[in-house]
Write a protein that binds this ligand. Structure first.
Ligand SMILES: [Ca+2]
Length: 460
């Protein structure tokens, strides 16, 4: 998205905006501009102000050095290295996994590198600056743009009716509620309406050859070849996102091989064109990751001041009745529909600066689809809205703007002081939030369980 070349930035910005209005997420990669789409997702074209347009234009202008002209001189040599790598490295590994020479030649030998993909580190380019550290830490509330959620819920309700019989079968077979399946479908590809712009094989071959995360992509490239072998697709059929996530459920090839199913019994697991295959594949994915049929994902709660936010997270589950004894109550009209001895976990993605939730194991199954508390909450809330539930009662309060590098430095300090912050990665997961709360409590500060500028300063 940042290396778009010399095309008209204005028309490019408008195209991107149009994609966003439809619910496309192609901007979601890490980078200085990644926070704008979330903001813009909730605007209509009529309200798309000159200011917002200026922001978008700025974000679509190539970043200096991202696609340096001198790097282009080296491209033919790199392409030659790429072709050698395909035949000398990829082919032997693919053959070992059962890929035929015919499939390999048809699908890979005509492929060229895609130099416009993000996160590339070609052999000819100097080490880039660490833009992960520079990236702005996302405000959790931005994830829940009201207009986007309301529109997805409305479309979702229509699609629940249209695909009723297929969803009856899916619910019976996999035990996953239809609203959850349709919510993931909506979040991943706007119910299959967002056309993927990339070819999975080209993306995966490029990323496996010269991406920053090549070790992650190499097995995915081999898995994509296996899909062509087993499901008898042609290479061009495997359209994907820039990160290689394929079809309406946005599955990586290795996940496709394990979890995709052929629900309409035409002999192919077609998650690109078949809605029943797409929906059943999502349901099967969740069931295989342990979805419990008789349990909701969770519900919003009010948390009394006397209850510590450091009780949060998947390691501190207790029976529901114990939480209620502590003084937690369902927020608004939420009703748990659980028995008292069901294990529940406290989740507070913005600490005391946002709503709180009690969740079941199924919440953590949703996180297996996308490793983020906010993602799982988004899916849970969207599914509830399709059943008529309102927005969250608790407000997402403003939080300080911080960079991931700042968070990472703070995590290092807390870790050195003996706190368990989880992975030191500049992201604020439950372990980091709990560690912050414990540090605040020990330093006689207000317990928020969320980073702010003063805290980052104090922990320098
Ligand atoms: Ca099928």
């Amino acid at each position: 998205m940042t290396g778009g070349g010399g095309r008209s930035s204005m028309s490019q910005a408008l195209r991107i905006f149009e994609g966003y209005r439809r619910g496309s997420w192609s901007f979601a990669g890490p980078g200085p501009c990644s926070r704008f789409p979330v903001m813009l997702a909730s605007v209509s074209l009529a309200r798309f102000s000159a200011v917002a347009l200026a922001v978008l234009v700025a974000c679509t202008i190539p970043i200096p050095g991202a696609s340096a002209p001198r790097a282009q001189d080296a491209r033919p040599a790199v392409e030659a290295q790429f072709r050698d790598w395909l035949t000398q490295t990829v082919w032997p590994d693919a053959q070992k996994q059962g890929v035929s020479r015919d499939t390999f030649e048809r699908s890979l030998l005509t492929i060229r590198l895609d130099w416009n993909l993000p996160e590339l580190l070609p052999p000819s380019r100097a080490a880039p600056s660490d833009d992960q550290r520079q990236a702005e830490f996302q405000h959790p509330g931005r994830y829940f743009a009201e207009a986007q959620l309301a529109s997805l819920a409305k479309n979702g309700r229509e699609l629940l009716r249209r695909w009723g019989p297929a969803l009856d079968d899916i619910e019976r077979r996999y035990g996953v509620p239809r609203e959850i399946v349709v919510a993931i479908w909506g979040r991943e590809s706007h119910f299959g309406r967002v056309a993927a712009k990339h070819q999975a094989l080209q993306v995966l071959a490029t990323q496996a050859f010269m991406g920053r995360r090549r070790t992650l992509y190499y097995p995915e490239l081999l898995a994509a070849l296996m899909i062509l072998e087993e499901d008898h697709f042609s290479g061009e059929t495997l359209s994907s996102s820039w990160a290689g996530a394929m079809g309406q459920p946005q599955l990586l090839p290795s996940k496709f091989l394990r979890y995709a199913v052929d629900a309409d019994a035409d002999g192919r697991r077609d998650i690109w064109n078949s809605v029943p295959d797409s929906l059943a594949s999502i349901a099967n994915y969740l069931r295989e990751h342990g979805w419990k049929p008789d349990r909701r994902w969770g519900f919003e709660v009010s948390l009394p001041q006397a209850v510590s936010c450091t009780l949060e997270g998947p390691r501190q589950g207790r029976p529901l009745q114990e939480w209620l004894r502590l003084g937690l109550t369902p927020a608004g009209a939420a009703s748990p529909e659980w028995s008292g001895n069901t294990t529940a976990f406290l989740v507070m993605p913005a600490g005391r600066l946002g709503p709180a939730f009690l969740v079941s194991e199924n919440f953590y199954v949703l996180k297996q689809y996308n490793e983020s508390d906010l993602y799982a909450l988004f899916i849970g809330n969207l599914a509830d809205r399709m059943r008529g539930a309102p927005a969250f009662v608790g407000r997402w309060q403003p939080v300080d703007t911080l960079r991931r590098g700042h968070i990472q430095a703070m995590q290092e300090r807390l870790k050195n002081q003996g706190y368990d912050v989880g992975k030191v990665d500049g992201l604020v997961g439950f372990a980091t939030r709990t560690a912050i709360g414990q540090w605040q409590s020990k330093s006689r500060r207000d317990e928020t369980c969320f980073p702010d500028a003063a805290l980052v300063q104090a922990l320098r």
